[in-house]
Design a protein around this ligand. Structure first.
Ligand code: FEO
Length: 397
């Protein structure tokens, strides 16, 4: 039995990347990542997506192992981000007669990225491509999941969708290709982190895509990253649905910056008060050392956020400012929100935190507080207590 046949006539030819430390140059990859590509084999053969070009030779070996010297007839390009498309030019050299299939936006990007002008086949929404032996592919556009050209490819006979980045996750495939070989729990947090970092800005397009995919009788989801989903389809769709609705679970993220430990002590005090109030799922991040992708993941996960920032050069402490920009970009529509700004001689952090709440259209659950100079329980204990009480009251409701 083939180790890579995931359904009759569908073979996995993707690769694991355990070398790259920052995905997109931004997001840590502690467990690596896979770049998934698939062959659909009828009388003709289609390759669905390629891999990051540093892994191109491994992809070509995988393809040869599956089909020997048979040619590939089509490359289906579901997504043009270079982690999936950048082996395209080399593939063309090996298979000069391959037709490259994509929608109008894809074709324009293929020209722009790889200067490929010949052998391009433009398809439109719902169009089909018959490979023979019962394998018919159809194409369905899901723009902005995660670029404007993104689409999925559906193979009716195998009830299989090739979903691009949708339903993807960080984490290399250690061992098996499908979720039969893994626990969903092993990937849940990496899926949240992938979603928050990569797709988190595009909640509304993801919702549209989910509505479109709900019409399909899904038996297998083949994303571009992470396991092929067969057994856990319901859980995977539910998680993407909740995250794209920005629905947070009960819990609190406290994210702070601190130069000399005073803002940190206030954050710790709030965390203790929350806990004393019976609140569970409290996650505290020191933004000077925290991995931003984990902070974003937790803010997507939980429904309450408390920020603390010193005033620094008349604005927010830089790591807090960076987090704020990441949140504004992701347009999270609602969180129970509280914050405090600290300062020594001129408090601008509190004003900046108020500006942030206004940009997000969030109503702070308590007026944004301030903390002057050193932390002491006498001076700041009441404020910490009140912030914790206000957040706890929201959660208890
Ligand atoms: Fe895995 Fe949007 O690329």
């Amino acid at each position: 039995m083939s180790l890579t046949e995931i359904k009759p006539g569908i073979r996995y030819v993707g690769v694991n990347d355990r070398k790259t430390t920052l995905f997109e140059g931004l997001w840590s990859l502690g467990r690596g990542v896979s770049y998934n590509a698939y062959l659909v084999i009828g009388e003709k053969i289609a390759l669905i997506d390629t891999v990051e070009e540093g892994f191109g030779s491994e992809l070509f070996d995988n393809i040869r192992r599956e089909i020997g010297s048979r040619p590939i007839d089509y490359l289906i390009v579901n997504h043009m981000e270079p982690d999936h498309s950048s082996s395209m030019a080399s593939l063309r050299q090996i298979y000069p007669n391959i037709e490259i299939v994509g929608n109008a936006k894809t074709i324009q990007m293929i020209r722009g990225y790889y200067s490929i002008e010949e052998g391009l086949k433009e398809i439109k929404e719902g169009e089909t491509l018959d490979l023979g032996l019962g394998k018919v592919l159809s194409f369905h556009l899901i723009p902005m999941v995660h670029w404007p050209e993104t689409m999925v490819t559906w193979c009716e006979s195998e009830k299989t969708v090739f979903s691009g980045d949708a339903f993807g996750t960080f984490g290399a495939l250690d061992g098996g290709i499908t979720d039969e070989a893994h626990s969903f729990e092993d990937f849940r947090e990496e899926m949240r982190r992938y979603y928050a970092c990569i797709v988190g800005k595009y909640g509304a397009p993801v919702q549209k895509a989910l509505a479109k995919l709900s019409k399909l009788d899904l038996g297998m989801i083949c994303p571009t990253h992470g396991p092929v989903w067969q057994r856990e389809i319901r859980q995977v769709i539910d998680l993407y649905d909740r995250m794209s609705r920005y629905e947070g679970e009960e819990g609190v993220v406290i994210a702070y910056g601190s130069m000399y430990g005073n803002t940190e002590r206030m954050a710790e005090q709030i965390a203790r008060e929350l806990s004393a109030n019976g609140i569970r799922n409290i996650t505290v991040h020191n933004l000077s050392v925290a991995d931003p992708s984990f902070v974003l993941r937790d803010i997507f996960r939980y429904n309450s956020l408390i920020l603390g920032s010193p005033t620094y050069n008349g604005v927010l402490f830089p790591p807090v400012a960076a987090l704020i920009e990441a949140l504004v970009l992701r347009s999270i529509p609602q969180r129970h929100f509280a914050a405090f700004g600290s300062y020594t001689w001129a408090n601008t952090a509190t004003r900046c935190l108020n500006d942030f709440a206004a940009r997000m259209k969030w109503n702070p659950v308590i007026p944004i507080g301030e903390m002057k100079q050193g932390f002491s329980e006498t001076a700041n204990g009441t404020a910490a207590h009140e912030i914790a009480e206000a957040i706890a009251a929201c959660l208890k409701h």
